[in-house]
Design a binder for this molecule. Structure first.
Ligand code: ADP
Ligand code: ZN
Ligand code: ZN
Length: 843
């Protein structure tokens, strides 16, 4: 690593020394890489894939990734110097850099945007980054040896909550101070302060211990016993404490104390007696910070022995991998795919490689992570969006160092620094949430995983009970291998699916608000049998909109062309597109009437009404509103698993991958909103959703029932769902897609033009579409058209769809044309402030 630097070097270059330049990826949406000159003394320490510090623009100092090192000075500008080197080994691997480049090219964004999305911000330092003391660092106890500069930083942090990097630089009077920050992070004395999400909040437990003089002074403890004899409850507490913390053997044990909850665990010991002892000054209470990864108390388990079907599936997969790079495992819900994955992961690890296990959503990860942790213990890294940045940086480093050999994670795990992958698993491969919608890179993790596998010469296994039409097509055409598991594991049967005609029920007066009497009776029966129920409704909130009974006024978002949803728990109207919210008005702002009515219904209303209709039921809701905090998913799932809750109401979150033994009924409250969606994928999606949510019922032994409420029971999709007839869905869909020109036969790119003026947005879209027709041909360009929701966040939207036939299209050339057209449009002064988003393979 470099010694002290300043901005005024170098001295005259000696002629025999090579001058090196580094192309760097800055974490900014810049169209190209910037080249910096490497000072001679850093020639040996700058590496591809490692971070360096550079100055960009006026005063901004940033860390960036070295993408290339060469001897060519940039032709059109004077290269500035690299200021400092941060890493002594690369933090981004070779295959990763190639993958990032592919993502930028394919999804039409900049490398900076890819880096920005991919790197945890703790690895993206800038002069505005801030540090704070590590919450677990204790200057009195921890005997860490610090350099004098490090001591200075620590001292400053003991008196300031946080310091920016610039402040650290000023404090040390040094330009190259980053190495000290890095070293302090490694010594676990400081952490990067999180500004965006909440800052690092340590996990704390309440503990108690004996007040010091009872242990320090001779005879005090005996006297205490005598005093407490008339108070048997308090005496019990004391005895319990001494049993668990034998201070008579070693008085130092008292210092660490005992968790308060541990002390009152015994049913006849009450928390109030503990509090009395605290008040009396016998015990004292204190907080202790504990680790977030409490792996130690998990029982290690061997993987389950595979059943005959599972063994067969596994053998088929391994057999197909000999010829094909990609295999799709099409196994019905509950067929035991997870155990097959675990077995394959074990083999991959034994062969010495890394494994990436992709999951679509974190609701799913809670259960599967527990299962995987039991088998893989400390080798398993977990990566998901609710993790704090420090946790993510830890997983990143853990993969580089070899600590984590298996990683289970959501879509962003494809950015992690794997270098030796031997298997990628994409579970629930049909899931739309593998696609990132906003911001760039708008990547699909499933597709990216396939490219990653290719770059690392490894295999990919995709799995689903309801494969995407595109994936199944790849199997049918022989590009991928296909393995099928058509039976549930063990004795479990697929559930019985029944339709309830709600129009008919309404006529017969057999509807109680949104519940048919058939559904209500069925729920009651399960409650009596102490079985559990899952109810699905695909809208959150109480009602999707409200309306005045007198004048039909409907409140709309100020910034978007949508009605505001009503949320009862906080009496708010809320926009689900931009987050705008206001208080629910008392009376109609238009006519003054007090007859505001909620229209339609969401999960909150389902929960609310069910509590009224079945007061004995313990109902819990799982949707975006109830799962905002990091552990809320886990809590809801744990409560349901332990039987604390009887009925789980939720949005699509409850449909995915969850595995509960005791669920014997699944209810779908309103199937029609799912089916009647204006999108070529509507039927595929509806099928997937119904089969997946049905798949939560009757997973172990107990027979399961699914009740679907609909106004249109003759809709053909239901027959396919009831018969579990994926083949017929596929045949129908693929035929339509061929006929109307949709994926997999074409590649689509959706271009969204946005502007604050409706007219400008429209004009720009017209000009752009025309240019695209000239460049790509009339057949290839659809639109422009105004989407159904035509304004979001005060920007008016226009869309153009580009369809490129899969066969005989030079994709790269077409994208270049598109980029050129967008570039040209922006050059026109009238369209200066126009925003254009290209979404490749939109979902
Ligand atoms: P899928 O992912 O295909 O929906 P799971 O892997 O969740 O199915 O398996 C369904 C249920 O069967 C789970 O509760 C699982 O624990 C159980 N199971 C699967 N395979 C085995 C096995 N080999 N031995 C014991 N139980 C198993
Ligand atoms: Zn009104
Ligand atoms: Zn809005």
């Amino acid at each position: 690593m470099s010694e002290l630097l300043n901005f005024n070097y170098p001295p005259e270059p000696a002629t025999d020394r090579v001058t090196l330049f580094a192309d760097v990826i800055l974490p900014l949406p810049l169209p190209k890489l910037y080249t910096y000159r490497i000072p001679f003394e850093m020639n040996d320490s700058v590496m591809v894939g490692a971070r360096v510090i550079v100055q960009f623009g006026g005063k901004r100092v940033l860390s960036c990734i070295v993408a290339d090192i060469h001897e060519n000075a940039p032709a059109d500008y004077q290269a500035k110097y690299v200021l400092d080197v941060l890493d002594d080994t690369p933090i981004v691997t070779g295959p990763q850099l190639k993958l990032f480049k592919w993502i930028a090219d394919y999804y039409m964004c900049t490398l900076g945007e890819v880096i920005n999305a991919g790197l945890p911000s703790a690895l993206k330092l800038s002069s505005e980054s801030r540090i704070q003391l590590h919450p677990q660092y204790n200057p009195e106890e921890d005997e860490i040896i610090f350099a004098p500069q490090e001591e200075k930083i620590i001292f400053a942090l003991q008196h300031n909550q946080a310091l920016t990097f610039t402040e650290v630089g000023n404090l040390l009077q040094l330009k190259s101070y980053h190495k000290f920050i890095k070293s302090l992070i490694q010594k676990e004395a400081i952490i990067i302060y999180e500004q965006v999400s909440d800052k690092f909040s340590p996990k704390v437990v309440k503990k108690v211990r004996l007040t010091e003089h009872f242990v320090q002074e001779e005879g005090m403890l005996e006297e205490l016993f005598n005093q407490l004899t008339p108070q048997p409850k308090q005496l019990d507490i004391l005895l319990n404490y001494l049993q668990k913390v034998p201070v008579h053997q070693d008085i130092n044990l008292n210092y660490k104390g005992l968790e308060k909850s541990e002390l009152s665990k015994n049913p006849h010991l009450s928390a109030s007696s503990i509090n009395t002892l605290i008040k009396k000054g016998v015990l004292e209470q204190f907080d202790q910070i504990v680790s977030r990864f409490p792996i130690d108390n998990l029982q290690q388990q061997l993987p389950m022995a595979l059943s005959e079907h599972q063994l067969q599936a596994k053998d088929e997969i391994l057999g197909l991998f000999k010829e094909k790079d990609t295999v799709l495992l099409h196994g019905v819900t509950g067929s035991g795919k997870t155990e097959v994955y675990i077995d394959l992961i074990k083999h991959a690890l034994e062969a010495g490689g890394q494994v990436l296990y992709l999951l679509p959503e974190i609701a799913l990860t809670a259960q599967i992570v527990t299962r995987l942790l039991k088998v893989f213990g400390e080798k398993l890294g977990v990566y998901h969006s609710k993790f704090s940045d420090n946790e993510r940086a830890e997983v990143w480093q853990g993969i580089l160092s070899g600590r984590f050999q298996v990683v289970v994670g959501v879509r962003s795990s494809i950015f992690l620094p794997f270098h030796n992958l031997s298997l990628i698993i994409v579970d629930e491969e049909h899931e739309a949430s593998y696609k990132q919608y906003d911001p760039a890179p708008r990547y699909n993790a499933r597709e990216t995983a396939l490219v990653m596998a290719n770059l690392q010469g490894t295999k990919t296994l995709l799995g689903s009970a309801t494969p995407s039409i595109e994936s199944y097509y790849n199997c049918k055409t022989g590009r991928w291998g296909l393995v099928t598991m058509s039976k549930r594991f063990g004795q479990a049967q697929l559930p019985d699916i029944e339709l309830i005609d709600i129009r008919d029920a309404q006529r017969r007066k057999a509807m109680n608000s949104h519940f048919s009497s058939q559904l209500l009776t069925a729920i009651e029966e399960r409650l009596q049998r102490e079985e559990q129920v899952i109810l699905f409704q695909n809208r959150r909130g109480y009602a999707p909109f409200i309306s005045c009974d007198e004048c039909s006024w409907i409140p709309k978002c100020k910034f978007c062309a949508v009605s505001l949803s009503y949320h009862k728990y906080n009496n708010e109207l809320r926009c689900h597109y931009c987050g705008y919210h206001e208080r629910m008005p008392h009376d109609c702002p238009a006519c003054g009437a007090t007859t505001l009515k909620s229209m339609g219904f969401g999960t909150e209303k389902v929960e609310d009404e069910l509590k009224l209709l079945l007061p004995k039921a313990e109902v819990q809701r799982m949707d975006l509103d109830t799962t905002k905090t990091k552990n809320s998913y886990q809590q809801i799932i744990a409560d349901f698993e332990n039987g604390k809750t009887n009925v789980l109401v939720g949005t699509q979150m409850v449909t995915k991958g969850l595995d509960f033994e005791n669920v014997s009924l699944v209810g779908i409250l309103n199937a029609d909103t799912v089916i009647n969606f204006p999108d070529y994928r509507a039927h595929e999606r509806a099928y997937q959703l119904f089969v997946q949510v049905s798949g939560r019922a009757g997973r172990k032994g107990k027979p399961g029932t699914v009740l679907i409420q609909t106004r249109d029971p003759l809709q053909p999709i239901f027959r396919k769902v009831r018969n579990n007839d994926y083949e017929s869905l596929y045949e129908h869909e693929i035929e339509e897609r061929l006929r109307f020109g949709y994926p997999p036969f074409v590649r689509m790119i959706r271009i969204t033009v946005k502007h604050a003026e409706e007219e400008t947005s429209e004009n720009a879209a017209i000009v752009l579409a025309k240019d695209l027709v000239d460049r790509l041909g009339k057949q290839q360009v659809l639109g422009p058209e105004v989407p159904y929701i035509f304004k979001i966040r005060n920007l008016f939207l226009n869309e153009i769809h580009i369809k490129l036939p899969r066969a005989n299209t030079n994709l790269k050339a077409a994208k270049d044309q598109l980029a050129q057209a967008i570039f040209n449009l922006r050059l026109l002064p009238v369209f200066k402030n126009i925003r254009i988003v290209a979404d490749v393979d939109p979902m």
